[in-house]
Write a protein that binds this ligand. Structure first.
Ligand code: NAI
Length: 467
């Protein structure tokens, strides 16, 4: 008998959800090690704080534009200190919720840094040093922001999203954002809504380049309409101080240009975090910094699993949770082969991961884009509706949005969807369901959805076209 069935290292959405599932669903004796706060990047420095700021930014923007709804609001202003206090309250509430769930499911939370000594031993360096004896280990240590070696990247007011999320003393008047990916576009949305000048510099020819082309074009148009400067195909070569502010120099084709600002956000991707994780003579197979795993989350070291950002690939909270839960299910099935069939029925379809960008309006996608279907040799087609005739969109004064569904021509099976509209992050779940469960356009189109609602757009796009 070992002290624990499972020791999880890292309490982000990959680790803490896996620990809860292990203890709550499978009755495994579980310990969860965390060196900072429960909730990981998502809760403490990522999704939740960003979305809380976005919510304040959107309300502020709506209040300023409220005359179209027959309302008057004078002297609308914001106070960053109070917005930050509310953000801290939201994070605290959710963190306490996680702590309560750990207690309820009898997961032992241990504060400190975990280091793997061998397949069954984890050393914790906390207030005191402990060695935990365990059957299985799950690594869920996440990622951290990557800062490229641009001269001037270490200057004051050149920050990553971690620091920008904590800024209490007002906003930068002009923020230059290096990287037009997910983080870049969400911060562009927040800063612009609060009235700052924003310039995004993206190295590739388009922003949010891994998403559907039409989404990228639509977002660029919308952001430009709101006054966000977007420079694509340009690489920042240097950041330097000039007077009270900063100058960001960039190269676009053969030309060098510069933009003055008072703050620079660097968001050019994140890298898996494994620092200090392995004891002497311990290693697992890695590929360019990421831990290599199979479809069950097994690493090259027997009994040691990994889930989430530390494995590279799709670095999203819900992807990490799915991977962590599947890893735990696999461990349990190894411990109790007689339950393997029932466990495999619970397996999460972690090959279909929706992605969302919480701009205003929201952007969401799942499954294949038309270009990806073509590359995979699938005979696919797509249909699109614009949301401008959708009742809920009109009555809420929504921006012009759209829903596009991608399907296999012959069977009309849904392969993917992309959308840019209010509540896209909620609506995309319907298409994730369709892709995972092999639903067709008719399956989706014969469902009655409430009126008025944004979800009517789904019925409309699926019923479009003749017999
Ligand atoms: P990202 O990979 O989404 O975008 C980085 C962008 O920076 C890319 O478009 C890239 O071409 C560009 N870039 C790279 N080097 C550059 C340079 N030197 N100059 C100009 N542009 C350059 O990474 P991001 O936005 O930092 O996000 C990190 C991770 O966090 C992603 O995996 C993302 O999915 C995740 N995340 C997800 C959120 C969500 O689901 N809503 C929110 C925030 C983060």
């Amino acid at each position: 008998m070992r002290e624990y069935d499972l020791v999880v290292i890292g309490a982000g959405p990959g680790g803490y959800e896996a620990a809860l599932e292990a203890a709550g669903v499978y009755g495994m004796k579980t310990a969860l090690i965390e060196k900072e706060a429960l909730g990981g990047t998502c809760l403490n420095h990522g999704c939740i704080p960003t979305k809380t700021l976005l919510h304040s930014a959107e309300l502020f923007h709506q209040m300023k534009e409220c005359s179209v709804f027959g309302l008057d609001a004078e002297g609308v202003s914001f106070d960053m200190e109070r917005i930050q206090n509310r953000k801290a309250e939201v994070v605290d509430t959710l963190r306490s919720g996680i702590a309560a769930m750990m207690k309820q499911k009898k997961v032992e939370v241990i504060s400190g840094s975990g280091r793997i000594l061998d397949s069954h031993s984890v050393e914790v360096q906390g207030e005191e040093k402990r060695i935990l004896d365990t059957e299985y280990i799950l690594i869920a240590t996440g990622s951290r922001a990557f800062v490229p070696p641009i001269p001037g990247a270490g200057l004051k007011h050149v920050v990553t999203s971690d620091e920008l999320l904590e800024k209490r003393d007002g906003l930068y008047g002009h923020l230059v954002i290096i990287g037009g990916g997910v983080i870049g576009m969400e911060f562009a949305s927040v800063y612009r809504a609060f009235g700052s000048e924003v310039t995004v510099i993206e190295a590739l020819p388009k922003i949010i380049s891994n998403m559907d082309r039409e989404l990228s074009q639509s977002l660029k148009m919308l952001m430009k309409k709101r006054g966000v400067g977007i420079i694509t195909g340009a690489s920042v070569t240097e950041i330097r101080e000039e007077g009270e502010g900063l100058v960001c120099e960039y190269r676009e084709k053969d030309q060098t240009s510069a933009v003055s600002c008072d703050g620079v956000l660097i968001c050019v991707g994140r890298r898996p975090f494994t620092e200090g994780l392995f004891g002497p003579d311990v290693s697992v197979e890695m590929d360019r910094g990421r831990i290599v795993t199979d479809e069950n989350g097994c690493t090259s070291m027997p009994g040691v699993y990994a889930a989430g950002d530390v494995c590279g690939g799709i670095m999203l909270a819900h992807a990490a949770t799915a991977m962590g839960r599947n890893a735990v299910a696999h461990m349990y099935a190894c411990m109790k082969p007689e339950d393997a069939q029932r466990v495999s029925e619970r397996r999460i379809a972690d090959h279909v991961i929706p992605g969302c960008i919480y701009t205003d309006p929201e952007i969401a996608s799942v499954g294949l884009t038309p270009e990806q279907a073509k590359t995979q040799g699938i005979d696919a087609a797509s249909r699109k509706i614009v949301m401008s005739a959708n009742g809920k969109t009109v009555l809420t004064g929504g921006e012009r949005g759209f829903i596009k569904v991608v399907y296999e021509k012959q069977t009309e099976k849904i392969l993917g969807a992309v959308m840019m509209c209010a509540r896209a992050s909620d609506l995309i779940g319907e298409f994730a369901d369709a892709v995972v469960n092999g639903l067709t356009l008719s399956d989706m189109g014969r469902v009655v959805r409430p009126h008025p609602s944004f979800s009517e757009g789904i019925t409309e796009v699926c019923r479009q076209g003749g017999l």
